[in-house]
Design a protein. Structure first.
Length: 163
């Protein structure tokens, strides 16, 4: 059993939808927080990239997010409304494309034994007991959760929904 084609389809769709949600956002507003603590587009994209490092590890790929990005975008980071602390959105989208390109072949080739293996991260294992469970969540649930945040951010900025 390899990763299900439905999981891969939703992963690909989610990444495309992410780019659609970013269209039309003024570069000067990319770190705006309409509500205190709200995840902004720069943090969301950076966080998804940073998470691709863990996804790569689970899938047997070699991708690692750039040095220092875990502090900016990792699980325990907090977004701030200061564009100077972050890479540009263009740099983030380029790095996202690089991460997807690096991880994709491993996702397509992972075998059933690797997917059935126990989740190596003990904290994550409590929610996702196997590598397959973790990958399915990271490729679908995690991305779509942050797409919802980005959609809400757009609405808070007065932008229309995409559908």
């Amino acid at each position: 059993m390899a990763i299900d084609s439905t999981v891969m389809h939703n992963y690909t769709f989610g990444l495309g939808f992410l780019k659609s949600l970013l269209e039309g956002i003024d570069d000067g507003k990319m770190t705006a927080q309409p509500k205190p603590g709200m995840n902004h587009p720069v943090w969301i994209v950076g966080h998804l990239i940073d998470t691709m490092g863990f996804t790569a590890k689970l899938a047997g790929a070699t991708y690692k997010s750039p040095e220092g990005w875990d502090e900016l975008f990792g699980f325990k980071s907090n977004p701030v409304d200061d564009a100077g602390k972050y890479p540009s959105m263009a740099a983030l989208v380029a790095e996202l494309d690089k991460a997807v390109e690096a991880v994709g072949p491993s996702l397509e080739m992972i075998d059933s034994a690797a997917l059935a293996a126990e989740m190596p991260d003990e904290g994550f294992r409590k929610m996702m007991p196997t590598v397959g469970d973790g990958l399915a969540f990271l490729l679908n649930g995690h991305i779509t959760m942050h797409l919802g945040q980005l959609s809400a951010w757009r609405r808070a900025q007065g932008m229309p929904p995409l559908f």
